[in-house]
Design a protein around this ligand. Structure first.
Ligand SMILES: [Zn+2]
Length: 368
């Protein structure tokens, strides 16, 4: 879509559209990371017209809440940004599929959030709708992270659903990730007189041997199976074709189940590489699925009772860090995210909305 000087502002969002049509409307309002202001304005404006919601804005992030004094509060969250457009706008419908940038990741999820915000004035649990920017770029710009730092009280809840594409499967928690450099040292020498040196690359053999022999854990948490992994992801060393190298660095990535803290994960990796200097370069905690909570149990029942562990790191960990267990559940297809031929099933959008509606209007299990 083009925006010429002098043309009027984009038309308001019509939240009475069905989920598929509303997704198309959101997709046709481009919002590449860093460029979300117009879409955020539209979302904020549409939510402010709903008398049952309290609306707050912080940068290009909008938080809308019901204040009904219910026993439980749940968050439905989604990011407004997309990866750069790849000649895949405007959106188009073909049979049951809606094509275009952001259809799966994750404007279909945002459309479901907006539909629920507009049509559930008296849900069985208090609701907090979170719309945020800059999810698809470096972590320091992430709107949810900045919201959590500036206004943690806006995100307080018993349970959170992040509506990222999950193929309408519940993906609980997420694994933690730790990256370390294991540095091997030696003595540099001329390759013709190698006995005067000490080859650092050869010392990597011991490190690689420990990795090859490593038996990763499989951990069951709330019925979900998390598979850990400890792997070399980079190795570098070498000075020149005639030099015995005096340094070799192996970079290792540990993906760990959320029953370990970042500190425990680091201690474990240091133990595996005992005797070698280990330097941590990157660490992000995992997130527990929290599926034992009443709100989560009811959510699982409403969505068909099927859940699997989330292996990649996602923003659910930001909720977990605030003490809010979180899952991914959205209508998009994760395998199509960021692709030129990104699309989403209209049926999946409608089903996702219906299941969340059932969860938020059905009977509530009392807290024991
Ligand atoms: Zn996403």
């Amino acid at each position: 879509m083009t925006s010429q000087p002098g043309t009027s502002a984009p038309a308001r969002l019509d939240l009475t559209l069905d989920g598929g049509a509303l997704t198309a409307r959101l997709v046709d309002q481009p919002s590449v990371s860093g460029d979300e202001r117009e879409l955020t304005d539209l979302v904020e404006q549409a939510l402010r017209e709903l008398p049952h919601l309290t609306v707050e804005r912080f940068g290009n992030n909008v938080v809308a809440r019901t204040e009904l004094g219910r026993a439980e509060r749940v968050v439905l969250a989604g990011h407004l940004d997309t990866v750069p457009i790849a000649d895949n706008l405007p959106s188009r419908v073909e049979g049951d599929l809606l094509w275009g940038c952001g259809t799966s990741d994750m404007k279909s999820g945002v459309a479901v959030q907006l539909r629920l915000a507009a049509t559930l004035p008296a849900p069985n649990r208090d609701l907090t709708f979170v719309f945020y920017d800059c999810e698809e770029v470096e972590a320091s710009r992430n709107g949810l992270g900045r919201l959590a730092a500036a206004h943690p009280e806006w995100l307080k809840a018993d349970f959170a659903v992040l509506m990222e594409p999950s193929g309408a499967m519940v993906e609980g928690g997420c694994q933690g990730t730790l990256r370390v450099k294991v540095r091997l040292t030696g003595v540099r020498a001329h390759a013709a007189r190698s006995w005067l040196g000490d080859n650092a690359i050869h010392h990597a053999a011991e490190v690689l041997g420990r990795l090859a022999a490593y038996q990763p854990r499989t951990v069951l948490i709330d019925g979900l199976e998390y598979r850990e992994g400890l792997n070399a992801v980079d190795i570098r060393g070498g000075v020149a074709g005639n030099v015995i190298p005096d340094e070799c660095v192996v970079t290792v990535n540990f993906r760990y189940a959320p029953d370990r803290s970042p500190e425990q994960a680091e201690a474990h990796v240091r133990e595996v590489f005992a005797g070698f200097p280990v330097e941590v370069t990157d660490s992000a905690p995992g997130a527990l699925p929290g599926l034992d909570r009443p709100a989560a149990r009811a959510f699982l029942a409403a969505t068909g009772g099927q859940a699997r562990a989330k292996f990649g790191w996602t923003d659910v960990a930001r909720f977990s860090a605030l003490g809010v267990p979180a899952v991914n559940y959205g209508p998009g297809d994760p395998n199509l995210a960021h692709k030129r031929d990104e699309h989403c099933s209209l049926t999946a959008i409608a089903e996702c909305e219906q299941r969340l509606r059932d969860w938020l209007t059905g009977p509530v299990e009392s807290n024991e």
